[in-house]
Design a protein around this ligand. Structure first.
Ligand SMILES: Cc1cc2nc3c(=O)[nH]c(=O)nc-3n(C[C@H](O)[C@H](O)[C@H](O)COP(=O)(O)OP(=O)(O)OC[C@H]3O[C@@H](n4cnc5c(N)ncnc54)[C@H](O)[C@@H]3O)c2cc1C
Length: 425
């Protein structure tokens, strides 16, 4: 790039960025900017970053549970949110895996995460995690605005700015736009149209998931998680705080799974009915129906994945992060963690005062696409294996649960041992 282009690109960073989406990635990213001593220098303003979200208002009741893994924990510690997240979540102590014929296939210990990668595997209600991140973002000065659905995005080449329009007819201008707007991102659509390339479709493995949050179940020891691995189906729980659980039913339903689909109440009830008499491996509980009884937030969705090969357009003025860049199936528990990694990586690059936007965007793509592609693929393959469709797949699956801890530690270091840090904070 020429010296003039570099100078222009640096100068255009002097309007605050526009951040679309107040999910895990948008809130983490905006908080890093707001707290960072380089933010005023790089963006030439003391005005806080602004985040716009389509939701009418914040709700702690959206979504069920998420895992926070060691790869995201150091950054959360640097942001000063980890202690609160840890107190609101539940550290996984033991995962017990059973076959549908009630045989224990294997177990994993939470100590492995703490000892090998320096942090626990923590499960938390998505709403509580978001509430904590939102509180810290606002305390750091981030201006989070709800009921702001972005309906169009244009890039003005002459003024080198990004212009967005909301469904209420209002508009905003920024030096760049960060699309942290989830799996069905309007930013991604705009990016592909600017690139002049058709947006590739997402991929399904035909798996649906029904999940909910149970009332407290005192019989399940705190931190204990149990899954029953069937044929083309899995049911089980993840432990949450106060003996609540984040329970799930995964089914192979290729004919039913449609992109962006939320199943209707009748389907939710039919699935619950199908599974209510299923065995559940905790003494004093017995039936899976006892787990689901009195539960909150039952949602059934089809699972989709895609590792997009592009994450920026318009000379770096449009950049994607989180699910907008790499929606993934939940079998690796990495949706939130990769979103946090993206936020840290992009913030580190942007807050280095000498760099130009095109250079930053290229470096971001080079650092994030190979890693997130590997994680998307790993999550998808894990899903296919866990669902245990064919006889051979099922045998391989059951055998993997006997993997000794030292093998797991060696084979999972690429995922949990890579722990991005926020530079200069
Ligand atoms: C309602 C909801 C419930 C979820 N529940 C679970 C769950 O139970 N378990 C799980 O593992 N994962 C869940 N997820 C996904 C999980 O949050 C993400 O995989 C992960 O945290 C990555 O987050 P993200 O910030 O990239 O995107 P998301 O968390 O999806 O956040 C995207 C945000 O962008 C906003 N947005 C989208 N389009 C626009 C627009 N046009 N204009 C303005 N704002 C827009 C959305 O309102 C949303 O707040 C859920 C996501 C959502 C949105």
């Amino acid at each position: 790039m020429s010296a003039t282009a570099t100078a222009t690109a640096t100068a255009t960073k002097r309007l605050p960025p526009l951040i679309i989406g107040s999910g895990i990635s948008g809130l983490t990213f905006s908080t890093i900017l707001a707290k960072h001593p380089n933010y005023p220098k790089v963006f030439g303003t003391t005005k806080p970053p602004r985040v716009f979200d389509a939701a009418k208002e914040f709700s702690a009741k959206l979504g069920a549970g998420l895992s926070i893994a060691p790869n995201a924990v150091p950054a959360l510690k640097q942001l000063g949110v980890w202690d609160e997240i840890r107190a609101a979540g539940c550290e996984m102590d033991r995962v017990c895996i059973f076959s549908e014929s009630k045989k224990e296939l294997g177990h994993m210990s939470g100590d492995m995460y703490r000892e090998a990668w320096g942090a626990p595997l923590l499960t938390i209600e998505r709403g509580l995690l978001q509430q904590i991140l939102l509180k810290h973002a606002q305390e750091s000065g981030v201006d989070v605005q709800y009921n702001k659905k972005v309906t169009s995005i244009t890039v003005d080449k002459r003024s080198e700015t990004v212009f967005i329009t909301f469904s209420d007819g209002t508009t905003e201008t920024g030096s760049m736009l960060i699309g942290a707007d989830g799996a069905h991102s309007i930013t991604r659509k705009t990016m592909y149209s600017l690139l002049g390339t058709p947006e590739p479709p997402m991929r399904t493995r035909g798996i649906s998931t029904l999940y909910g949050i149970s009332a407290p179940i005192p019989q399940i020891p705190l931190g204990h998680t149990q899954w029953v691995m069937g044929t083309n189906e899995i049911w089980g729980t993840w432990a949450l705080a106060n003996h609540k659980t984040f329970w799930f039913i995964n089914e192979y339903e290729p004919e039913k799974v449609k992109e962006g689909q939320w199943f209707d109440d009748a389907d939710v009830e039919a699935t619950k009915k199908r599974f209510e008499d299923r065995w559940f491996p905790v003494e004093g509980v017995g039936r899976f129906g006892d787990v689901m009884r009195d539960s909150d937030r039952c949602i059934k969705v089809g699972l989709w994945e895609k590792s997009y090969e592009h994450v920026h357009a318009a000379d770096g003025k449009i950049v994607l992060m989180g699910d907008a860049a790499h929606p993934m199936v939940p079998f690796a528990g990495q949706g939130a963690n990769t979103a946090i990694e993206d936020a840290v990586t992009l913030a580190n690059l942007l807050l280095s005062p000498a760099a130009s936007l095109p250079t930053i965007a290229e470096a971001y793509a080079a650092q994030r696409i190979p890693r997130t592609k590997k994680i998307v693929d790993f999550a998808g393959l894990t899903g296919t294996l866990q669902m245990g469709g064919g006889g051979v797949v099922r045998r391989v699956r059951d055998w993997t649960y006997m993997t000794p801890r030292w093998v797991l530690e060696r084979s999972m270091g690429w995922l949990y041992g890579v722990q991005p840090r926020i530079e200069g904070l």
